[in-house]
Design a protein around this ligand. Structure first.
Ligand SMILES: C[S@@+](CC[C@H](N)C(=O)[O-])C[C@H]1O[C@@H](n2cnc3c(N)ncnc32)[C@H](O)[C@@H]1O
Length: 247
């Protein structure tokens, strides 16, 4: 620990360290995930299932790029082309599916059941591309519990997820622990404004009781969860991770 005097000397310097922190590390952004899928060699007319698709925009883009057949599933579909369905009960026979795309969904689901379904429906040699945001050792237990309540999360850890994948018979082809990379890329490109989210959070915290009385606790907690989601990634409390699991 520095003395107070040493600390203020450190802060007073225009240091190389501070300059270094202003330089981009050329982070990978969300489009990189589409390239990960492309690198697996999908063939025209292969069947891709988008699990937890919401509006299905990512699988629609994959279909466009690779000429795939796509079935997009979500319990709360937000596009007419997305069918009602859950990760825990995939409406396919054994080995019928070539590819699974599951982006930002596994934090909400019963992971052992979902991964058993992935393994069941994938054909031998098929693969699941999974983007999932996992807690790190920097996320304090109180923060984890509050986030889980606010955002309907199971709070699955990396170790639990990886054990569930092995138990389901999925083989880990690659794992990329992205950490804050997408958030850095989104902030650098202007697609995410961390200062705006921090300001909203500060306002939410100051007006919490009044907002809760007007909109309800669940709405205010969900707004809080949505705002800290990106900030916690930037702080290293949540770690977006990409797995490619093969059958
Ligand atoms: C953060 S959104 C991600 C949507 C989309 N994959 C994307 O990347 O834009 C999470 C989605 O998971 C869906 N979801 C929640 N529980 C699910 C379940 N048990 N099975 C499949 N999807 C689920 C939600 O309805 C929501 O659309």
């Amino acid at each position: 620990m520095p003395t107070v005097q040493e600390l203020y000397e450190l802060w007073a310097d225009d240091s190389e360290l501070r300059d270094a922190l202003t330089r981009s590390l050329d982070p990978r952004g969300p489009d990189w995930l589409l390239d990960v899928f492309g690198s697996l060699g999908p063939q025209r007319d292969d069947l891709l299932v988008d699990v937890g698709a919401r509006d299905g925009k990512h699988s629609a883009e994959l279909a466009r790029r690779h000429g795939l057949r796509v079935v997009a599933l979500d319990p709360v579909p937000q596009h007419p082309d997305v069918r009602v369905g859950t990760a825990e009960e995939l409406p396919f026979g054994d080995g019928e599916v070539d590819w699974i795309w599951c982006r930002d969904v596994l934090s909400h689901v019963d992971v052992p059941r979902a991964l058993a379904e992935f393994a069941r429906v994938l054909r031998p040699g098929g693969a699941a591309v999974v983007y999932v945001t996992l807690p790190t050792e920097l996320l304090e237990p109180g923060e984890a519990a509050r986030l889980a309540d606010a955002c309907a999360l199971t709070a699955v850890t990396a170790a639990q997820l990886e054990t569930a994948a092995r138990d389901a018979g999925l083989h880990e082809r690659t794992v990329e622990r992205l950490g804050s990379e997408w958030r850095e890329a989104m902030a650098e490109s202007g697609h995410w404004d961390p200062a705006k989210d921090l300001l909203s959070l500060a306002r939410l915290l100051r007006r919490r009781d009044e907002l809760a009385a007007r909109y309800g606790d669940a709405a205010v907690d969900a707004a809080w969860g949505g705002l800290v989601w990106g900030i916690y990634q930037a702080l290293g409390k949540l770690r977006p991770t990409v797995y490619v699991w093969t059958r």
